[in-house]
Design a protein around this ligand. Structure first.
Ligand code: NAP
Length: 299
């Protein structure tokens, strides 16, 4: 039996529609428009695209979008001053510094300079601490989007064995925490894990976030597994023409779909959920900062 495709694009459209309705309610009931500030240092083409898309979707959701573009040679001190100004700015509810930043800057110092209450990327140690403790806080967007796709696909996750490939602070660890919160039995794998194929074969849910193109093969998947492929890898695609490229995930999609019960494609799976969850975090942060109950917005 061939597995079904988890359409992340459609899930993200549905989520953004609900966010728009809740944002409209926030504006009409309380006169508050959520504001999201995105800071981009340098001119990395992929980051430029992400930032542009974030701006467009922020405005579509009825929120205020502020963009700060700084040259590549900006000093870390100047960037941190910019972040501190945004911390103070009452019309800014969420702050995101687009990573990667140039090598002369410390990503960790930047993360720790953003006020935890405005940290819509969910990377501040205060927020990762809340998540690890099972408490309310800002949850990183890609893990949050992945967990939503899993829940919308499977419903109750209690007792299911979730195998997470990757232990980064950005993706692997927070996904593992979220699935633990949903009462999964969670196994986290990394570059030193032995018998990776056998561990994958024991999964009810397999989340791949390693950054290695098509690492997970079709015969690593037991029948009925739900697969969330977080990986985004750009490969040369001479078959499409000279100089052309294509995106692939960390899972061999064509091999895996033969055994999986459902799988996210790349592109069009987890990726679109990331910005939708950024908007959700911005809305939640706005409510928290203004002592408004999120549940009253009809979300
Ligand atoms: P990362 O920081 O490089 O972490 C990769 C993780 O994979 C590490 O924990 C590493 O283990 C583990 N790993 C490496 N080789 C492995 C192997 N052979 N077997 C098992 N585990 C292995 O990457 P990341 O930031 O988490 O991102 C992972 C992927 O997700 C990338 O493709 C990235 O582009 C993608 N991504 C997508 C989105 C989205 O919006 N869809 C967002 C963020 C990231 P060690 O800890 O032992 O080194």
């Amino acid at each position: 039996m061939v597995g079904s495709i988890i359409d992340g694009k459609q899930h993200a459209i549905n989520l953004r529609e609900r966010i728009k309705i809740a944002t409209d309610n926030l504006i009409s009931k309380y006169g508050i428009t959520p504001g999201l500030a995105v800071v981009l240092v340098g001119t990395d083409p992929a980051s430029e695209i992400y930032v542009r898309n974030k701006g467009i979707q922020t405005k579509e959701a009825g929120m205020e979008s502020l963009e700060f573009r700084l040259p590549e040679d900006t000093s870390e001190e100047k960037l941190l001053k910019n972040v501190k100004d945004l911390n103070e700015n009452q019309s800014v509810n969420g702050i995101l510094v687009q990573f990667p930043v140039p090598e002369h800057m410390s990503q960790q110092r930047i993360i720790e300079t953003i006020l935890p209450s405005k940290d819509v990327d969910g990377l501040h140690p205060v927020n990762s601490g809340y998540l690890a403790s099972g408490l309310k806080g800002m949850v990183p967007c890609t893990p949050q989007g992945s967990a939503l796709l899993i829940k919308e696909t499977l419903g109750d996750l209690s007792g299911l064995h979730a195998v997470v490939l990757g232990r980064s602070n950005l993706v692997g660890k927070p996904i593992a925490q979220l699935l633990l919160k949903e009462n999964c039995t969670v196994t986290v794998c990394h570059s030193r894990t032995k018998n990776l194929k056998e561990v994958c074969l024991s999964a009810d849910i397999l989340v791949a976030a390693v950054g290695i193109p098509e690492l997970v093969k079709g015969d690593w998947i037991s029948p009925g597994t739900t697969i969330i492929d977080v990986g985004i890898n750009r490969l040369d695609a001479p078959e499409k023409g000279p100089g052309k490229t294509k995106l692939v995930g960390d899972v061999d999609y064509n091999g895996a779909i033969k055994n999986a019960s459902s799988i996210t494609p790349v592109p069009g799976g987890v990726g679109p959920m990331t910005i939708a969850c950024l908007l959700l975090n911005t809305l939640i942060a706005t409510c928290e900062q203004n002592n408004i109950e999120f549940s009253k917005l009809g979300f």
